[in-house]
Design a binder for this molecule. Sequence first.
Ligand SMILES: [Zn+2]
Length: 325
Amino acid sequence: MTEEILPNLYRIEIPLPRNPLKFLNSYVIKNPDRNLIIDTGWNQEECMKAMQAGLKEIGIDLRKTDFFITHFHVDHMGLVPDLATDASKIFLNQPDADRFMAGIFWEESARFARLNGFPEDDLQAVLHGHPARRFRSDGRITFDIVKDRDTISVGDYAFTCVQTPGHSKGHMCLYEVRKKVFVAGDHILSDITPTIQSWSDEWNPLKEYLASLDKVYKLDIELVLPGHRSIIRDCKGRIQELKDHHQKRLDEIILILRNGSMNGFQVASQMSWDVIYDSWDLFPVSQKWFAAGEALAHLKYLEEEGIVKREIRDQTILFSLRVNT
Ligand SMILES: [Zn+2]
């Protein structure tokens, strides 16, 4: 499905089969000199077919096309190596480019998951089935690194890069100030909450995410173009809902920890999740992975706020409330 949202700015719906996200929004700006494609879909046949059909309908010549990738996740950049030509620029932020290039991510994450009580059988299943492994492209990519406040002009559109770390470490949005249009990637989504996960102790993703929401709140925006689901008109209202959501999550974890110290996996198993499964044991391992990552991001936040503390017992991190909380 392809639609023209604004003059020369199109949305191509790229299906993500058997995934709760349902589809990815690829935005295309058509311009006689050079076109720009923002985000692409997995490296999978269904995605490529939808992309090629959309580009044909719009009349895009890939030899005159550059790419902007909001963040390194495979649903956004999986198709880039197959679509890009030698003349294409591929814009990506530095932290995500580093993460993409470093092949050690899974080892690190697995070590961190074990430390936080993730059961070994489940862990092995996750490592083999995760879409980031199955649908990534092995093609080599040279990136054009973009930084906060850099500008990218395409035809009538003058975009400013707005860095919004949280969903990924270097997540980057595009803001067209005169048109009040904001290309949000996975920073702000409409009917689903962007996942904020922690798989290392090197940063505090939830803290950065909340700061990024505040940063975008200050901008004058009439139209948000998100990476998934439907477009958003009430940007400030949606940001408030997302902030409320995370506050509720933090409150819930504090309540759970009133029962005593536990590891991150145990905390995740006691949180309420908006899923169809009746009990934690019925969650597919991929959902357990996602839930544990979310729980750990919130625990890290509470720890840095001085509300939660950790101790290591039998090679597992146990979290508990500081006294007087
Ligand atoms: Zn995404």
